[in-house]
Design a protein. Structure first.
Length: 202
C-alpha cells in the first residue's frame, strides 16, 4: 500500500509541476489578428498603417500597435493562433518606444472556440505591471489559473497610464504564454496506479 501511496503523490507532483511551468508564446507572425474596435487604418478611431494590430505579436519590440480610441474606451486585439486548442496561463507585455501615458495598465483575457468574433469566455484579469522604461517588459510575472483550451483569444486594455494626457493606447509586444499539456503525465500516473493496485489485490 505504501508503494501505491508514494506513486500517487509523485504523480500529483509531476502534474502540478507541469502546470506551474509556463511555456512559450502561443502567438506568432502570420496569425490572424484584429483590432478592438476593428476600425482599420484611421487617425481618429483606428490606427496608423505602420502601427496596426499585427505589430503587437511580431516579436519585435521596436514596432508597436497603437489605437487612437485607447484613451477614451477599451481597446485591444483578437487573435487566432496558427496552433489550435492552446491553454494560456500567463501573459507578457512590452512597452513601446515613447509616450508613457499611452501604456496600458490593466488587461482582460478572453477565449473562444466559436470564431475570432466570439462568443468569448473571460479567462482572467489583472494589472500589466509595465514600467515607465521604454522597450521594457512587465516588472512582475503575470500568471493565473488556466481555462481552456481555446482556438481564439481576445486581450483588452480597459485603462492606460494617463488618459488625460494621452491620445491613444500603445503596446510593443503581447505574448500569451502556453501551459504545457499534462495529459501524458496523467495517463502515466493512472496507468501506474492501476498496475500497483492490481498487484496489491493479488
Amino acid at each position: 500500500m505504501s508503494k501505491l501511496l508514494l506513486f500517487m503523490v509523485m504523480s500529483v507532483f509531476l502534474v502540478s509541476a507541469a502546470y506551474a511551468t509556463l511555456g512559450g508564446d502561443v502567438t506568432d507572425i502570420g496569425d490572424v489578428v484584429l483590432g478592438v474596435p476593428n476600425n482599420g487604418v484611421d487617425f481618429e478611431i483606428g490606427w496608423p498603417e505602420n502601427e496596426a494590430p499585427e505589430f503587437a505579436i511580431d516579436n519585435d519590440a521596436e514596432t508597436k500597435y497603437l489605437h487612437f480610441l485607447g484613451e477614451v474606451e477599451t481597446t485591444g486585439i483578437q487573435i487566432t493562433p496558427a496552433i489550435a486548442g492552446t491553454t494560456v496561463g500567463g501573459l507578457s507585455f512590452t512597452t513601446a518606444n515613447d509616450a508613457i501615458e499611452r501604456d496600458p495598465m490593466t488587461w482582460e483575457l478572453y477565449g473562444s472556440n466559436t470564431s475570432i468574433d466570439g462568443e468569448y469566455t473571460l479567462i482572467a484579469t489583472g494589472e500589466t505591471y509595465l514600467p515607465e522604461d521604454r522597450f521594457a517588459a512587465n516588472t512582475s510575472p503575470i500568471e493565473f489559473d488556466p481555462i481552456g483550451p481555446f482556438d481564439h483569444y481576445q486581450i483588452l486594455f480597459p485603462t492606460i497610464r494617463d488618459a488625460g494626457a494621452a491620445n491613444s493606447m500603445q503596446i510593443a509586444e503581447i505574448e500569451l504564454l502556453r501551459v504545457p499539456e499534462p495529459l501524458t503525465l496523467c495517463l502515466l500516473g493512472l496507468g501506474g496506479m492501476t498496475v500497483l493496485r492490481r498487484r496489491h489485490q493479488h
